[in-house]
Ligand binder design. Structure first.
Ligand code: ZN
Length: 360
């Protein structure tokens, strides 16, 4: 801060000539109303994309042990879920499929009546206005749990591209609004774009998991989606946590290949990557507040070690402040509810203006 600012009439020497000049920034923090006035970032229900785990069968509503409040749902359970989301003002979901049958080639990923394809149709019938994003990867559909087709015990990049492209087209055929490839194979956005266009889905955007790290924060998700690899890990295709510049390269490549929106995943341990991506690229940027981030807050809250509500909201706010336009988060429903409660509390704490109270 320059001396000019300090001497610009803001000095704090009132009545005390002993004090040096200083600026009173606390003026803008004194009341809730002033804090609201100068707040730079605020959350809204529109910010959230809610992940849904869709299982086969009927009447399935299984809570995921490591993700309290999150459920595996069969398609018949979706309408009630959609009504709740709509009531809360959440307008987008991200679908993951839990097929009963798995095979080495992930064949169930792209059948017309697969678990995700059926779920998309159920959602679109019940609530055509709900934006449906589908996760496109092989790991939920392969019996070995890897993100693609194995050749010699390794995920073969080029052999996997056709599988991903067919899967994306089958989702779009079923009515998905956006497809979201999460596999981290090289060239998959180009392959998916070409396949979508060839199938007539010129208007279906691709939301690419462009910067997806090989992260320990995915642990609970693998319980939820039954997608833990039977051997090895995903470090040969997901990014090394030490790299941020490489994330910018990955994003540039995906945009070049035709991605319309990009995702940084996970969010909390990668806020710097979100910020750099925001500063560098003028496209919609989405952050994935992943299962481990959610589970840690829930566990600490249950133990009474933190105030889970405040920690969750502060976390989501930090992700938005870092530059994410939208956040994929398991907190979506409770966060939307808390925002509504906060707004109601603000409204009820204000005195009724003259005249307002007399209206019927
Ligand atoms: Zn995968």
């Amino acid at each position: 801060m320059s001396d000019a600012t300090l001497s610009d009439g803001h000095d704090g020497r009132r009545g005390d000539p002993e004090l040096p000049p200083f600026r009173r920034t606390r003026r803008l923090r004194r009341t809730a109303a002033v804090r609201r006035l100068v707040r730079e970032t605020a959350l809204a229900a529109d910010d959230f994309i809610y992940p849904l785990f869709v299982a086969e069968g009927h009447g399935v509503r299984r809570e995921i042990g490591s993700m309290p409040g999150q459920f595996q749902l069969s398609a018949d359970q979706l309408p009630a879920e959609l009504d709740e989301l709509a009531e809360l003002g959440i307008g987008a979901v991200l679908l993951f499929g839990l097929p009963d049958e798995k095979d080495p080639l992930g064949g169930q990923a792209h059948v017309p009546d697969g678990v995700v394809q059926n779920a998309v149709r159920v959602i679109k019938r019940h609530d055509p206005g709900m934006l449906v994003v589908t996760d496109v990867c092989a790991c939920e559909y392969t019996d070995h749990g890897h993100c693609g087709i194995l050749v010699g015990g390794e995920v073969d990049n080029d052999a996997t591209l056709g599988l991903l492209a067919r899967t994306a087209v089958s989702h779009a055929d079923a009515g998905a609004d956006i497809v979201a490839p999460s596999d981290m194979m090289d060239g998959r956005v180009a392959a998916i774009r070409a396949a979508l266009d060839a199938a007539g889905h010129l208007q279906t955007p691709i939301m690419a998991y462009a910067a997806k790290y090989a992260s320990a924060f995915y642990g609970p998700f693998r319980d939820a989606a039954g997608s833990a690899p039977a051997f090895g890990d995903r470090r040969s295709h997901q990014m090394d946590p030490g790299n941020a510049r490489e994330a910018l390269v990955e994003i540039a490549i995906d945009l070049d290949e035709g991605a319309d929106l990009v995702i940084v995943k996970p969010a909390l341990a990668y806020l710097d990557v979100i910020r750099q991506a925001r500063d560098r690229f003028d496209v919609p940027l989405v952050a994935y507040n992943v299962s481990g981030e959610y589970a840690m807050v829930k566990a600490a809250d249950r133990l009474g070690w933190v105030d889970g509500r405040r920690v969750a909201m502060e976390t989501l706010l930090s992700i938005k402040r870092a530059g994410a336009g939208r956040i994929i988060t398991y907190h979506a429903k409770e966060a939307a509810r808390w925002l509504r409660e906060d707004a109601a509390a603000v409204a009820s704490s204000r005195p009724v203006l003259a005249g307002e109270g007399s209206r019927p």
